[in-house]
Design a protein around this ligand. Structure first.
Ligand code: ADP
Ligand code: MG
Length: 725
């Protein structure tokens, strides 16, 4: 019996392959912040703790979030309801604390010779009351509110004007983010501006060598890096700010792309297993078992996978497709190619329910084929588990379905050829790298997302992978009809549910689950279940309930009753969100729909519309809706297209809040935003790709500075990148 291999066996040459650069960078920028004039140990400790500023480089990267132009003044009587931010100069002529308890506030009146303006504080009242001096002149900045035609500014920024005249040099004053703690210790935005000025006086252009080749600067019309850093902190003019920001955003994207593409290039260099046989399993399945014609998009993806697995290089591919576009069957066929070539394959799902569901549907597809398949999750224990592990090591078990339990040390494959990761952005770059690193020859890897993600996000989170897209739903699918109903029309909705059940259909009713208040949510769910059971009484109706607090076997039992059609209604939390496949279910009712994110709503909606019947999704909400919730609901009603929804979701929430992205550590940009700066990201990606294509190890003199910068950055950032590169 050949030696069994674990996913984690370390490749002996791995260090050699991956550790490209050993040189130690040292630069004035790595100097500890404590050595900057005007800082000292106490301030340094605060800057480290509050702003994560440890070195000169970190301080240089603490960018201003806006600028005050002291020469741009508005007149109070020019302020109108559409005014965005305004700046006025005037005297405080009165101040008064009014109101009780929650309504208590400080109101100061500013007069600039044209009109009066109320400045209002709800917090820090006592402090501000002392700070404001009557009859003194202040520069005031803020966003005005209008009430009965009268402007006021809540919590304005303000500054006591000294008598010294405003000079050109400080015309555009940078404003830096500081924490409350820093403010309390008298470290303000102005303090930081001064420190950065001191720093910029010490740093020479030669300390910040340009790392982009001249050609790229020209082509993309980018200012030089030193110029950008200087101007973002101390703009020569208002026209210097945007080019500086664009250059620095470009760099953030560019450096990340260089890293991701280097990983990708490195993966390419790794030997991959060759799947050159299309054998009995695949052919029998394709010609005899596959119950439908594959869509063209599915065929294309299979071709891409074929090409990858014939290339002698390791496949690292992301498969994106909308809910119900048929990713599972593609995954299965890829696994059959692996088994036809004498390899094992595994599929890893994010939850136990999903793993079970995959296992069942694969098992069905595989009846009469000579493929052995098993399910391994945390709840498979004892004898059953031992048997699976033994069969796996012996090679008599061909396909393994499971959860993260699959990457435990005890799980040893005889010859693992293909890993499929079915996920919802839960597996980061680092974990993926870990997966294939642990094998002599790494298995091919196919990552599937549950719903589409925007292209810019894919380029960032999965920038090290090739991307396949299934952009077509199977023929004959009827578009799901989505409607929004307020809670007071619930009886009507229940009437509709009865009609559908009378036609033989099944119905999901989903309740939100928010972790902080799980108890409350469970109560919601149980109350919901009870009222549904009253509305839909036995013996005519049978209702299932599934939630996260149930034991795996109870969950499974309830799910199965619904899958087999023994119950007509499934009351559940979002545990049914991903993957679950019951084609006869045609109605999805989502309670408190305002509490769900867009991609979650879309994913839930994808549980219906899987059969031939017309399906419906009804989003129930109360009357009180936030503007964003309203937009989410509107988007859901307007489109079924997951790619459009993904873009909208990112636009509404910002990329940092998308599920699973925060932990990834890949989106920690200081300036750039993958939703607002798409064009810059695309350009940075193109340029990075050209460089890595020509010079994957950055060895040519042209890329010397880039290479030095990357080394220095990797050392500075530690964390994520030192773990994987
Ligand atoms: P996804 O995982 O992409 O959300 P699934 O793989 O679960 O989608 O497929 C959804 C449903 O569509 C399943 O019932 C599957 O059998 C069916 N299906 C997949 N591909 C096709 C096709 N080409 N034609 C018809 N039905 C298909
Ligand atoms: Mg699926």
């Amino acid at each position: 019996m050949p030696k069994a291999k674990n996913l984690f066996n370390f490749h002996p040459n791995f260090k050699q392959i991956t550790t490209l650069m050993h040189a130690k960078a040292s630069s004035i920028l790595d100097t500890s912040i404590a050595y900057l004039k005007g800082v000292g140990p106490a301030k340094a400790a605060l800057l480290q703790k509050e702003l994560q500023v440890f070195t000169f480089a970190d301080l240089l990267r603490h960018y201003p979030f806006r600028y005050i132009d002291k020469t741009q003044l508005n007149r109070i009587d020019d302020i109108h309801p559409e005014s965005q931010y305004i700046q006025v100069k005037g005297k405080i002529i009165s101040k008064e604390i009014i109101g009780e308890k929650h309504a208590k506030r400080l109101v100061a009146v500013l007069y600039d010779g044209s009109q009066f303006l109320d400045l209002v504080w709800f917090q820090g009242i006592a402090y501000m009351e002392k700070y404001l001096v009557l009859q003194k002149e202040y520069l005031v900045f803020g966003k005005p509110n209008f009430f009965k035609g009268k402007p006021s500014i809540p919590h304005p920024d303000l500054e006591l004007l000294s008598d010294e005249p405003i000079t050109f040099a400080n015309r555009l004053l940078p404003v830096y983010g500081v924490t409350e703690k820093l403010k309390a210790r008298n470290i303000t935005s102005k303090t930081l501006a001064k420190l950065i000025q001191t720093l910029l006086e010490q740093v020479q252009e030669s300390d910040i060598p340009e790392f982009l080749p001249e050609e790229i600067l020209q082509r993309r019309q980018l200012v030089r890096r030193y110029h950008a850093l200087k101007n973002i902190h101390q703009p020569e003019s208002e026209f210097a700010i945007q080019p500086a920001q664009i250059r620095l955003k470009f760099d953030e994207f560019f450096i990340l792309q260089i890293r991701l593409l280097r990983m990708k290039a490195r993966n390419r260099k790794l030997q991959g297993f060759v799947f050159d046989t299309v054998g009995d399993n695949f052919n029998t399945f394709f010609h005899e078992k596959l119950p439908f014609e594959l869509t063209n998009a599915q065929k294309n993806v299979l071709r891409e996978i074929r090409r990858d697995t014939l290339s002698r290089q390791q496949m690292n591919r992301l498969l994106q497709g909308d809910v119900g576009s048929g990713k599972t069957v593609v995954a299965l066929m890829a696994m059959l190619i692996a088994t036809d070539n004498g390899f094992q394959a595994c599929i890893m799902a994010p939850t136990e329910i999903l793993a079970q569901q995959h296992f069942q549907s694969l098992q069905e597809y595989l009846t009469d084929l000579h493929v052995n398949i098993a399910l391994l999750t945390g709840s498979v224990k004892g004898k059953a588990r031992k048997q699976i592990l033994a069969d796996l090591a012996a090679g008599s078990l061909h396909l393994l379905v499971g959860t993260h339990a699959l990457i435990e040390d005890a799980v040893q494959f005889q010859n693992l050829g293909l890993v499929i990761i079915d996920e919802q952005h839960r597996f980061g770059v680092a974990q993926r790298a870990k997966l294939w690193r642990k094998n002599d020859t790494p298995p091919h890897i196919l990552v599937m997302t549950a719903t589409p993600i925007p292209r810019t996000l894919a380029l960032t989170l999965y920038g090290d992978l090739d991307i396949s897209v299934i952009d077509e739903l199977p023929a004959g699918r009827k578009a799901i009809v989505t409607a929004h109903r307020y809670d007071n029309r619930r009886l009507e909705v229940f009437g509709f549910v009865r009609e559908e059940i009378a036609k033989g259909r099944q119905v999901y009713m989903v309740y939100p689950l928010i972790e902080e208040s799980e108890k409350l949510d469970l109560k919601n769910l149980v109350d919901g279940f009870e009222s549904i059971s009253r509305e839909f009484p036995l013996p005519e109706y049978r209702v299932s309930m599934v939630h996260g607090k149930m034991k795996a076997d109870e969950k499974e039992f309830e799910m199965q009753r619904f899958v087999r059609g023994e119950t007509q209604i499934m009351v559940a939390t979002t545990v049914i969100e991903v993957g679950v496949n019951v084609p006869n279910a045609s109605v999805m009712i989502i309670e408190n729909a305002e509490r769900f994110g867009l991609s979650q709503l879309h994913q839930l909606r994808g549980r219906v519309g899987r059969g031939a019947e017309q399906s419906y999704c009804i989003l129930m909400t109360g009357h009180k809706l936030s503007a964003d919730a309203r937009k989410r609901i509107k988007t859901m009603v307007a489109t079924n297209n997951g790619f459009i929804i993904a873009e909208k979701d990112m636009e509404l929430r910002g990329p940092g809040d998308l599920e699973g992205t925060r932990q990834s550590g890949l989106l920690n940009f200081k300036l750039a935003s993958i939703s607002a700066d798409r064009a810059i990201l695309e350009q940075a990606r193109e340029e990075a790709a050209q460089i890595i294509e020509k010079d994957p190890n950055l060895e040519t003199p042209l890329h010397l500075h880039l290479r030095t910068y990357l080394i220095a950055e990797t050392q500075r950032q530690g964390g994520l990148w030192s773990r994987i590169s």
